[in-house]
Structure formats: structure tokens, C-alpha cells
Design a protein around this ligand. Sequence first.
Ligand SMILES: Nc1ncnc2c1ncn2[C@@H]1O[C@H](COP(=O)(O)OP(=O)(O)OP(=O)(O)O)[C@@H](O)[C@H]1O
Ligand SMILES: [Mg+2]
Length: 795
Amino acid sequence: MTTAAQRQLTACALRGSAYAMENLEPKVQPKLSPMMQQYWDVKAAHEDKIILFRMGDFFEMFHRDAETAAPVLGIALTARNKNSADVTPMCGVPHHSIANSINKLLSAGYKVAICDQIEDPKFAKGLVKRAITRILSPGVVFDPDTLDALNPNYIASTDSKHVSFLDTTTGEAFYFQVKDEARRNRLLASLQAVEIITTSQDKERVEAGLKAVGLQALLTVHEDLGPAFGDWPESARRVLGYATYMQGEKILETLAPFERRELLDRMELPSTVVRHLELFETYKGETNGTLFQAVNRCKTSAGARLFKSWLQFPLSQPEAIERRLDHVERWTKPQELSSGSLKEVRQALGQLGDIQRRLGKLGNPSCNPRDLIALADSLEAGLEVCRLANCEEWNADLVEKARKVLNEIRSTLVDEPPVQLKNGGLIRKGVNAQLDELIDLSTNSHELIMQLEAREKELTGITSLKVRFNNVFGYYIEITNTHKDKVPTDRYDRKQTLANAERYLTKELAELETKVLSAQSKRLELEIAMFTALVASCLKETRSLLGIANSWAEIDVVTALACLAIEQNYVRPQLSLAGNLNLRASRHPVIEQALSLPFVANDVHLAKGGTLLLTGPNMAGKSTLMRQIAVSAILAQTGSFVPAKEAELPVFDRLFTRIGASDFLSEGLSTFMVEMKETAEMLQMATENSLVILDEVGRGTSTYDGMSLAQAILEFLVENKKSMTLFATHYHELTELSTAYPQVVNGHMRIHEEMTSSGPEIRFLHQLAKGPANKSYGIHVGKLAGLPSSVTKRA
Ligand SMILES: Nc1ncnc2c1ncn2[C@@H]1O[C@H](COP(=O)(O)OP(=O)(O)OP(=O)(O)O)[C@@H](O)[C@H]1O
Ligand SMILES: [Mg+2]
């Protein structure tokens, strides 16, 4: 089970609707306060969601919502009106830290609705107006920055022929054409969709399908289809319809067009293989110790996500593989003069940030000025990557657009704008003359008043004339009674008489006052309008920018693979169209990086259709050897160099692994029946172009049955399927198969045995040698593991 899946285990599928049922307003209610009435009105329209209800500086949750959320968020559950009939369980989070809380609720499988104050409480007459401002679900998150940067966040849907995926945080959108329903469900599981959209009619079937593949995603019913573009399948339009319903039409601009991806030209990696080979997660559910962790050298999150998808779907067309390998190889060599060195490109990539998610934010209501600055920084770094990688020419159009957006942001916003819009101060001087005047007015009001005062003094000849301000009259001119006769009554309008002075207003002063007082609010209004226009203008180019961002991600992956090859001494694999496998000095990429001792490299040679039958004592390195071959094949078909001195590899169509009970205890607990079911499926699907790994099959049953089964399976593979097979076993009897089948080659892992004063000792050499092992050294291993000598002697 993957951690993502485990995380989602806490969330039950369909939580939404089940949640709604039990979450209705109590039938008998004491008289509600106006605010609680307001709350229940909102809740009634959003029964299936947890309502975050803004009160002052907090977002509060009430009743069932509070009881549900408090443990998920790890906060205290309290109560309002504790000692009355109207006792209300509640809990709350400060408004500024809401993003993390929302994410916790979403990843626990809940939907969330934000009910915010939509007027300034200072000016509210009576109860503050509140309304739902955003609805969020696992697939439509509040702030993408709080998500795990290495994993996409897919909303998905299936129809009778397709399975479609959409990541609203990066704009990635694609579909596969898959007729087989089980395969569609396997894809949902292997891409770890977080939310599945379906119709009420299909709900039950989809739910059963998800259960079958063990995917615990939130199931959401949404009937409306999004707009039709080209030949997008129904499932694509359904996720689009849902995304627009949740996030508004704007989101359409931040999404790439749905891309049709092919599975025909991909190697199929069943989820069991992904698990057995610990590609993305170890058996303990960790990322440390996985293949991905060991070989990922990407500088950007977008690159890492792309690399992950490359590993999930290795190529199976030789030309496509060679093309990727060519790109990687180019970077392992000194560069031509016109382009940058690998080091320079890597440096520029390091500045790129998560441009896809930064673009995704443009369509998000919470997009703020700093987000645009971050986007500009990304674009600048990306353009530098283009220059260094010499891709300015083949991407000329896109480069031009990126430059345009970059300039627009840089020339409009100040270098370090505030996060919040509400106080202004984000637009550069000189961009808009009207704004500059408003800024002048609001910041220089004192000076303008002083100027007016000086002018009036001169015109009237009254040196003691003063312009003053109070809350009742605003600005006024005050003249002491001594100078009363000099007042120009045609222009001066008397407003108030005091004991020793009179207060006046002039038309000019009234105009200046309106200007000054409204300048601040006008300035804010204008700044917000200009910011919104800037976002809109960037949004218009989002699709192009997503295109170029993908090229940058690709350059990241390719240069990362080049770095890996140089750093770890990997070699470019040669693809064997004849289907032969020849590895010289092959290593396991993960174990060799983890070991403090040197890893023992091995040579492996197998002709097309060949079987390597591995025997040897426990701990000798059989499983490691088989896994390193499988992992090398995956790496090669991903376009990576492989850990060996020389590598010739067939292009495999599928990979199968069957790991016996011993190696994985968690799996050992599953029944023998499951093992046999999976084996049966494998025997059915394997072809002569497949690689099959069987590690101690049959262990889960009695020796005799186990051995007969293992033999039958092996014979079937050799005779009928002709797949390339790696087979590790403790049943020495099986080594005789090599006499009946010339394609079966015996091999064993060498050990060194010597007599010591305390009896024979063995040392593992981890070296592959020809022929079967002649003894089982299990007893010695038992001794090494510390079994009492009375036990080992008896054995
Ligand atoms: N080529 C190697 N170089 C160095 N160390 C190795 C090598 N191969 C294996 N090892 C070490 O030996 C340990 C045992 O290897 P592995 O699990 O492959 O043995 P095994 O033969 O499959 O044993 P079992 O029969 O118990 O399943 C590994 O965890 C690793 O630390
Ligand atoms: Mg083993």
C-alpha cells in the first residue's frame, strides 16, 4: 500500500454523501440567534461539506463539522452556550493559517466550504453579511503550495472507452483510450487520483471498481459536462465540468488542452511490480530507499513529476527510447560552444521554482501580487534555461510569449509588493498617470492643503488665516474676528461662528477635500483593477506558458539523467532488437548507494526466451540480482543510462514480478490463494517480449506442492510463453530442468567457506557463477543470525 493510499484510508470513499445524511440541522431547535440562523441557512445548502464560518479573526466550525474536524486538525473541541439548551460544539482556526487546515481536511477526504464575511464588519448594520466564497475538495485545493510538490493531484473520470485526468494545480490534462474497465481502474490507482467524478447512475459500479484496485479516492457525483473541444471524450468533459463548477470559468484558461496519451507504446508496469521493485515507495511506506529517490536528480518539482510519470510509463518503442537516450547523452558530453554547460543549465533550473503550479495559481481566487512576482522569477530563469539549452529557436513563439508576460509583470508591479491587495502599494510609478496622481494626492494631501492655505493668505492678506480639519466639517478656513472685515464674502461661505473666530468653506477647498479623501479609496480601487487586468492578461497566455514550462521540465529531467549517469558511472544501454540481454558489471542502483561496502557488480547474459534459474543460500544476493536487472530494464526504457559497464537490453513490453512470501512479510500474510491468482494472471498475460521475475514462488504451501507448482509454472513459461525469466528458488531439484530445456541456464551466488576454530564459516561473495549451487547454507545463515548452536547442530 502506498502512503498516499494509506493517507486516504482515513477517508472513506463516498464520505461526502454519507456525511451529508448525518449532518442535517437538528429537527427540534431552541430559538436560534440570528448568526446561528445564518449558519444553518448556509449549511442547508452545503450539507456534504465542512463549513468554515468566518467570525472575526477565526474560521469556526460548529456541531458535527466541529466534532469531525477537531481530531483531523488536532485542535480542541469547545462549545458555545455551554450551559443552555442551545449548546453548540465548536472549534476554530485563525484565518491566517487556514491553508494548512483546509489541506488536512481535504486529504482526509472531506469537502470544505468557506463562508466568509462579505462586508466590512465596521460598516455592517446589524449582522455581518456572509456567503460561501469557495468550495474545495481533494481535487480542487485551496493553496497548491501546501501540496506535496512531487505528486500530481489528479481529478479523474472514466467513460466506456476512456479514462481522463486533470490536475487543476498544474493545468495538466490528458486521457487514455482504454476499452478494458479493469485496466481503466488500474490506471486510476497507479496515477493515484485523489477524486473521481462520476454520475449518479454510474456511482455504484465505479465504487466497486475502485475497491477492486484498492484506491481510496473521494467519489463525487457531478452530472454536468464541460464544454466540448475537438474530440475530447465524455470523461474529460466531465472532469472539466466539475472543475469549472468548483472554481469558475477562469480555470478553463489555466488548463492545457486534454492531450491523448497512448498506452500502446508503453511498457506495462502492473502495480505489483511497482510495489515489489519499490519504485516510488518502500515496503515500509517510505520514500527513502526507493528507486525514484535514488535516481531523481531533478531541480524542479515539475521536472520531478514528469520524471515520475516517465518511470511509471516506460517507453516500448525503440525509436522513442533512442531519442530520449540521445538527449541525455548529449548532456553527458562537453557542450558545443554556442550552448551552456550542464552545470550552467542545472544552475538556471535551480531558480525555476514550480512554474506549473505558479501558472495554475493565476486562475485561483487567492492569487496575490507575490504569486505574479514568483511567476516572473520562474519565467526569467526559464528563459535563461532556453538560452543555455539552445531551445530558443525551436520554441521561438513560446519564448516570445514568455518574454512578453515577464516584461508585463516586471514593468507593472513593484519589485517587492505586499502579499495583500487591500493596502495597495503594488503598482510601479509611471505605469498609469491617473494612479500616480491619486498616489500623490493621498500621500501629499498635507502639502496640498498647506499650498492652498498659503495662497489664501496671500489673496486675503490675512496672515493668521488657517486651514483646519475636524470630523464634523472636514476641512475649513478659520479667521479670527480681528480680520473679519477682510473676508472675501463672494468666495467664502460661513459655516460656524465661534466666540473669537469664524469658520468658512470655499469651493476650491471643498473640491480639494473630496479629491484628497477619495484619493486613497480610488487609488486602491485602481490598483486592484490594474492587478486584475494584469492577471487576466497573463491568463491569456497561460496555455502557451504551460507549453514552454513542459519543455523546461523535460530539459530538467534529461539533464538530471545526464548528471546521474556521470555521477554514478552509468552507461548508455544498447537496445537489442534480437531480444538478448547482456549486462557487464551490473549493479543495483538503490543498494549500491545505500551500502557502505562496495557493491559487487555482476555479469548477466541471457538470450531471447532464456531463463536464469538462480540457486544459492539465503542472503546470498539472489533477489538483489534479479531486481537490479528489472530496474535496469525500466531505467533503460525510461531513457536513462543504467548502472553497468556495458548494457545490451531487449525492449520489454511488460514486466511481471512474483515475490514469494519470505521476502515481504506483509505480503506473506496474504494467502497462498492470492499468490496463485496473481501468478495465473501473469501466466495469461506474459508474452515472448516480457520479463518475468519469480522469486521463490510456492513458498506459501507445503514443500511438495510448492515445488511441483514452481516447476509447472516455470515449464509453462519456458515452453508456452517463451518470456525471458529470472527464477530464484530453494528447490534444488528444479536445477535439473536445464537438461530438458537448453534455454534454462543455471546460476548461483558464490560464497566462501572456511574452517575456523568454531566450525565452518561462510562469507557471501554476492558473485554470480555458472551452474547450480550444490548445498543449502540455510543452517549457516541461521547461525549467523544468532540461533543457539544446539539448534544449528541439531539441524
Ligand atoms: N551484489 C551485491 N553486492 C553487495 N551486497 C549485496 C549484493 N547483493 C546482495 N547484497 C547484500 O545482501 C543482502 C541480501 O541479499 P538478497 O536479499 O538479494 O539475498 P537472497 O539471496 O535473495 O536471500 P533470500 O534467499 O533470503 O531471499 C542485501 O540486502 C544486500 O545488503
Ligand atoms: Mg531473496
